[in-house]
Design a protein around this ligand. Sequence first.
Ligand code: NAD
Length: 478
Amino acid sequence: MSPSKDSTLDFGVFYNIVDGKKRTGIDVHHGVNPVTGDELWDCPIGTQQDVDDAVTAAKKAFPAWSATPLEKRKEMLRKFSDLFSAHSEEFTTLLCKESGKPRKFAGIEVAGVNDFIGWHCSLNIPEERLEDDEKVVTTVYQPLGVVGAICPWNFPLILAIGKIAPALLTGNCVIVKPSPFTPYTGLKLVELAQEIFPPGVVQVVGGSNDLGAMLTIHPGIAKISFTGSIATGKKVMESGAKTLKRVTLELGGNDASIILPDVDIEKVAPEVVMGAFQNSGQVCVATKRIYIHQDIYKPFLEAMVKFTKSIKVGSSDEEGVLLGPIQNQMQYEKVKGFFADSKAKGYKFAAGSPDITASKGYFIQPAIIDNPPNDSRIVAEEPFGPIVPTQPWSDEEEVIARANNTNTGLGACVWGKDVAHAEKIAMRLDAGSVFVNSWEKPTPQAAFGGHKESGIGTEWGTRGLISFCNAKAIHVYK
Ligand code: NAD
């Protein structure tokens, strides 16, 4: 049976969802459309009571849900995926409104929800068996209980489903907390899920940052799956430690891209630019430092500048738009700070302007900073916006050391015609995901996580699935 659209799903009214029911709130907040600066719909601000009730409902639902056969849980996830597909147009429009993304890229994120669910449904929960003369030891992976899924604003749908799908597949119940900047698609996604899953299995409580803290400290929650900034990640870990929660932390990065001298400049330079400016640079694994071999530094930078100047920045539905605005005002001011600092220090803008033209929305034309010093803010910190530095290199050992000389280690790229050589460099980069001859394109099939302060643990891939489980070894003596 093909899924039909639920006539009661209204994309103009938003609720928290607790125990299968819609909840309003005494207090409300709203997002802002970053294209226009206009206020969007009101959403309830969840309270401690909402969190407590959600945990109670999840604990009540857990025994039956975790005992539901895996194949049945997969069947329900697939049904949910079909139902979501039937609403993909509405979700795309909603995502454009809350994030400002160009429609094409919002559509890719929406389609990614089905890809994530589909991939997870192809997995089985592993089991390991070891036998010797004396005994058989079987290691099984069992669900933890109630999972809190705390999400950021840059990919509100993908990063939510990347937590929901493995949590549900492994038999956990999950409480989602969307970012206050982008609450809408997350709230609607979980509201839609109520048509498929029993009450309490998947819930959502949105509103403020305080809710995140309430989840991390709640004794009824077994695990926090968190994606966001390093600073907040540290608070999550500290707070979760009080009840020894399992935590997965997917945090920020300062990804290096190393360009070897044998690359095809015309082909690679635009790709490297895309790696830096995809989603207007608001990507944890965007390229944030570009190291170009000195023999090709000038022509490579020229090709990057040429492509950057051709990029159209604008609103979601404008023809030919590649980049949207910065998602929120706080981030807009932060990114402007990197432009102002680069201007004040006299760094050279190879592309873009040091002065950002004021507009109704939070638009910024992308900028490339030509060879700022190693200790400049633009090299040392994560701007999370469309501004990137380039620097020349000549010695391979030295550039590897420079790429690794950071407290983060999320992603990295190596570009070169000699793939074996590029792979050797990739092996030496201290990052959770390294891409050879591609900009950063994480996929649900591969483990995703950060080294150093970029995170703890991994999500996605089969390893990600296991992170939602306790390992249990059963020793049977003969
Ligand atoms: P953020 O840390 O400000 O917020 C993330 C989430 O945490 C939000 O839902 C927020 O409400 C919640 N929160 C705030 N204070 C909290 C607290 N004390 N306890 C618990 N939760 C709390 O991050 P952001 O600005 O939304 O996202 C941008 C950052 O996220 C960037 O640094 C980016 O690199 C990183 N990021 C990482 C990944 C990854 O997978 N590694 C993916 C996307 C974004």
